[in-house]
Design a binder for this molecule. Structure first.
Ligand code: SF4
Ligand code: SF4
Length: 431
């Protein structure tokens, strides 16, 4: 049985990356059905097909509306068999979907490769938008929106930190597709008119670092930046501060930087070179509750329950467990495993229930404040929230919280601090 609980779920301070980092990527490219979610970043999508329509791989089937619109594409060829079928989504909610029955023909929309040398910065931005490329580090934010900057950009930073425990999809992608990622990085540099790019990676990934060094040895505009092996080294603000030595208020472009994850750079390369839309991705399926943890190449819209069954299912003695959509520090624990892969999903982690005693009382140890990367006092914020003391909540600046989950993780009493700080943050935002 899967348990729903907010906050952070990690049993000990270890990376656990060895569970999935060495196996080859498992190909799961032929689901019987895919379910294209009609909600993206809490914004509904406009449906462009109807039941009975035949669709090709890469055909636009819906458009995310709102502030930064972006198309959604069919990930298999076949027939639209239902619209508005509700499925579980990494937001922890059920969302309507377009259900497509796979005809297993993989009929693709006709696209021509681009003459990349002749593309302008505006062309690249338009292609990235048309191909539905979003931030693949978990944000799901439309990538093109980051490139429409007005500030001068000194650096594109390739975020290769993958700092959450257990996750290895970026590591595996870097090992297998480094050339493509580097080409994607160069297209992003062109899109934002940056003269330099930095690949930011944790210093403990020594073999991969050597590989990158060799790959960029003759590239004067590319360099490596080694990050400490700490969580949350992949936090955008942390990386930008370290690379540029500048702070920013709301967006990295204020510090002259644009940050993209390695998966995003890979998707950008495929889009810019071949007009290939984002219809598939590599995700990590791991945790002590998974029989054979590994990385899987899946179509967007695949039901994860089928993938887990295909790779060997759950460990035989799995009793109560957390099924986490996303990483263990920032993901959401959900109670159903028939979760669809949306563009933002990075991973699923299954962990047996932590048997440590829960002590509902704060011990006053101060650890939650010590670990907070933005110097908040989580327990004080939680108490102010309990008292509904809006003035005090505002003074405690919960809006700075980047939801890293460290305070909940470190707390010996297992108090759900992250959840409380996020609720306080929402209260301040509504004021
Ligand atoms: S308060 Fe927010 S930023 Fe600070 S440790 Fe907790 S989750 Fe992380
Ligand atoms: S870490 Fe937990 S026990 Fe320690 S001060 Fe914070 S809330 Fe209290």
């Amino acid at each position: 049985m899967f348990i729903k609980s907010k906050g952070t779920h990690i049993s000990e301070h270890k990376g656990h990356k060895e569970l999935s980092s060495s196996s080859p990527v498992f190909e799961f490219q032929n689901p019987e059905y895919v379910y294209i979610p009609l909600v993206e970043q809490n914004t509904p999508c406009e449906v462009l097909v109807k039941v009975g329509d035949t669709v090709k791989v890469g055909q636009v089937v819906a458009n995310k509306t709102g502030h930064f619109p972006i198309p959604m594409h069919a990930s298999v060829s076949g027939e639209v068999v239902s619209i508005n079928q509700k499925m579980w989504h990494c937001s922890g909610k059920m969302v309507p979907t377009i259900q497509i029955k796979n005809d297993y023909k993989e009929t693709k929309l006709d696209t021509k490769p681009n003459d990349v040398e002749s593309l302008s910065k505006e062309d690249i931005i338009e292609i990235v938008k048309a191909c539905g490329i979003v931030g693949l580090g978990g944000s799901g934010f439309p990538a093109y929106a980051k490139y429409q900057v007005h500030n001068p950009i000194d650096y594109v930073i390739l975020n290769a930190a993958e700092c959450e425990p257990y996750l290895t999809a970026d590591y595996v992608l870097m090992n297998n597709r480094l050339d493509t990622i580097i080409r994607g990085l160069k297209y992003i540099m062109k899109a934002v008119a940056a003269k330099k790019a930095v690949i930011a990676i944790k210093e403990n990934k020594k073999t991969l670092i050597e590989k990158i060094r060799l790959a960029i040895a003759n590239e004067d505009d590319l360099s490596l930046f080694l990050l400490k092996d700490v969580y949350p080294a992949g936090w955008e603000k942390y990386i930008v501060q370290r690379v540029t030595k500048k702070d920013y208020h709301s967006l990295p472009c204020e510090a002259g930087a644009v940050v993209n994850n390695v998966g995003t750079a890979h998707a950008v390369a495929l889009a810019v070179e071949n007009n290939q839309p984002l219809v598939d991705k590599i995700i990590t399926i791991t945790g002590e509750g998974i029989n054979d943890p590994q990385n899987v190449h899946v179509k967007i819209g695949t039901n994860l329950k089928e993938v887990i069954k295909e790779i060997g299912g759950y460990t035989p003695d799995l009793d109560d467990a957390y099924f986490i959509a996303g990483g263990p520090m920032t993901g959401k624990a959900i109670v159903f495993d028939n979760l669809i892969v949306n563009r933002a999903l990075t991973s699923a982690v299954v962990m047996p229930k932590d048997i440590r005693e829960v002590n509902p009382e704060c011990l006053g140890c101060g650890k939650c404040g010590d670990v907070c990367p933005v110097f908040l006092s989580p327990i004080v914020i939680k108490d102010a929230l309990l008292d509904n003391d809006l003035k005090k909540i505002a003074q405690l600046r919960p809006e700075l919280c980047m939801q890293c989950g460290l305070c909940s993780y470190i707390c010996p009493s297992r108090i759900e601090l992250t959840d409380a700080v996020v609720r306080a943050k929402n209260k301040v935002a509504k004021k």
